[in-house]
Structure formats: C-alpha cells, structure tokens
Design a binder for this molecule. Structure first.
Ligand code: CP
Length: 322
C-alpha cells in the first residue's frame, strides 16, 4: 500500500481487521521491519493522539521518526501555485515536498480544511500535492475531508465491543462553540457504509453532510428517535457543509448534547467520540465517565490502526527494494 487517505485504499475490511487484531496480540512482532527506515510526520495543525499513537506505532516497527510542526519553527509554506509570494510565506510546498521526501521513506500529513473554500477543501489540495510530488508512500493523519486512521480505530473498537452481528450505530451531531471540519463525520460515515451495521446519522436541519459520505445511512432529524435501540452512539460536531453556509456554525443548541436521559433511550449503548471533546457541550460528564464510555479504548486503538497502515507501507517499500 503506497497511499492511505480513505477506506478505499485498504482493500477488504475483514482482512485489514484481521491484520489489526494480530498486531494487537503482539505489537512488537515486526520490530525489525522498519529498521533504517524513517517516518516523517508533518503537522499543519495541532494533535495529541495522532502524534503520539503514530509515533509509537512506527517505533513498534523499528522505524526512526521525524516530526515537523509546520507552524512552529519551520518556514511558513505557500500551498497554491501561481501566487506572488510577497507575503509572510517564505517557501512553496512544491520545493518543500521533494526536500522533505529526500529525508524519509514514508510521509504522514495532517492538514485540516480551511473551511473558507469548499472546492479547495474537498479537492484535498494539500495532501494530494504530497502524493503527487513526494515519490514516497503518503498517509493521512487527518486531511480536509477525511480522518481514516481515526475511523479505522473506531471500527476496531466497535468490532471488539459489539455483542450482535449487526449492531445499530448512530452518528450524532452535537454542539461546539467553534467551526469544525466535517472530516471525522465524513470518514466515520464512509467506513460505516462499508460494514453490515445498521447505520443512522442524526443532526439538526442544515448540517447535512456530503451525500457521497452519507451513502446508504438513514438520516433522522429527531435525535431522540435516532437513539432508540442504538448499540453505539458516536458523537461529533461538524460545521455546515451545504451551500453558502459552508464552514459556518448554525447552532450551538445544547438540546443536542449527549446526556444520560438520551442514552437511556438506547439499548445500553456504548458512547464514542474521537477526542478531544468539549465536556457539557458535546457530552455530559456522567456519560463520558460512565462504564459504557469507549473514548479511551478508542484512542488506544489509534496505535493499532496506524501500525497496520505503516506495516503495509513498509512491506510495499521492502518488496520494491528487492
Ligand atoms: N482524534 C484525534 O485525531 O486526536 P488529535 O487531534 O489529538 O490527534
């Protein structure tokens, strides 16, 4: 595998899950695979889990790791071609990418949506330039429209905790004071559409996601109705996607906060969120602290999803070297 930006790069999910579970049984089994290979992780945006879990996964495989925070200590990068660079950006991505690629074997990129220009965001202009110009395997550590390492970890977690072959999984919008990208919600929906689960999305009117990610999900505007009989509640905020409202916060209505009263409508559902989470906006203290909260195991599985992807990329590099 030389690219990982969506579920479609992974092939059959059953096989990927098998590989992930094998890694979980012994995460040091392949600690020679990445010997003398270097992972470069490039962050255009902040991170806690992605940074630590991906670095740990690479170390489990015996890799060296370099981390670059583009906005702290590096030259500010211009990403658009044709711009007259008379502003504060000292270097263009078109030089920076091949230079960075010359120091490493695999590249991870985090570059969020700007939420100003929908076309620019949904064309994934930043990570696509890395794929085109680096000549190295590239994976997403959350791009403008998807967060596949998170969704893979979410899927692993649901598989570990489900008690029926076809659980009901509900993705619910929840309030947040700032405008957030749609990436986590898009990606979660895209991955759930690849499973046999019953999948429902609930949000206030105006927060419809791109239909290409909604897929075959049932969209329910009544959050309480959506929660009925659910086995997993996956909460996430996202800003508006449609029309001129793109990137806007339309509501911070705390009636959409996930609380114990709503969780009581479910079939004793597990609560999930990718973190970081705003307590008592997205979810109440008692729900996130309850024994049905999976936010910590879900975050821990980020190491497993990252290691599964890195292992495949290392195999691709090693096979090409032969
Ligand atoms: N869930 C997630 O990607 O966390 P970070 O933003 O902290 O990496």
């Amino acid at each position: 595998m030389r690219k990982f930006t969506s579920v479609h790069d992974l092939g059959p999910l059953g096989k990927a899950l098998e590989e992930a579970m094998e890694i979980k049984k012994d995460r040091f089994a392949d600690n020679e695979l990445g010997k003398n290979k270097t992972l470069l992780m490039i962050f255009f945006n902040s991170s806690l889990r992605t940074r630590l879990s991906t670095q740990k996964a690479a170390m489990n495989l015996g890799m060296n790791v370099i981390v670059l925070d583009v906005n702290q200590g590096a030259w500010k990068l211009e990403t658009e071609r044709g711009v007259i660079m008379d502003g504060d950006k000292a270097e263009h991505l078109l030089e920076a990418i091949p230079v960075m690629a010359s120091y490493c074997d695999i590249i991870g990129v985090r570059s969020f949506a700007g939420l100003k220009d929908k076309a620019e965001d949904y064309e994934e202009r930043v990570i696509e330039q890395f794929i085109k110009h680096s000549g190295k395997p590239v994976f997403s550590m959350e791009a403008a429209t998807r967060h596949p390492l998170q969704s893979f970890a979410d899927l692993i977690t649901i598989e570990e905790y489900k008690t029926k072959p076809r659980p009901k999984v509900v993705l619910t919008w929840a309030p947040h004071p700032r405008a957030l990208p749609q990436a986590v919600a898009n990606s979660f929906a895209e991955w759930m559409n690849e499973t046999a689960y019953e999948f429902v999305i609930t949000h206030p009117e105006g927060y419809e996601l791109d239909p290409k990610f909604v897929g075959n999900a049932r969209v329910e505007y009544d959050q309480r109705k959506a929660f009925e009989g659910a086995d997993f509640i996956y909460a996430k905020n996202w800003s508006a996607y449609t029309g001129n409202d793109y990137g806007k916060v339309l509501s911070t209505d705390r009636d959409w906060t996930v609380d114990a009263e709503k969780m009581a409508l479910t079939d004793n559902a597990y609560f999930m969120h990718c973190l970081p989470v705003r307590r008592n906006m997205i979810v109440t203290d008692d729900v996130i602290e309850s024994e049905r909260s999976l936010v910590i195991p879900e975050a821990a599985n980020r190491e497993i999803s990252a290691q599964t992807v890195l292992k495949r990329m290392l195999h691709a590099i090693n096979n090409a070297d032969k």
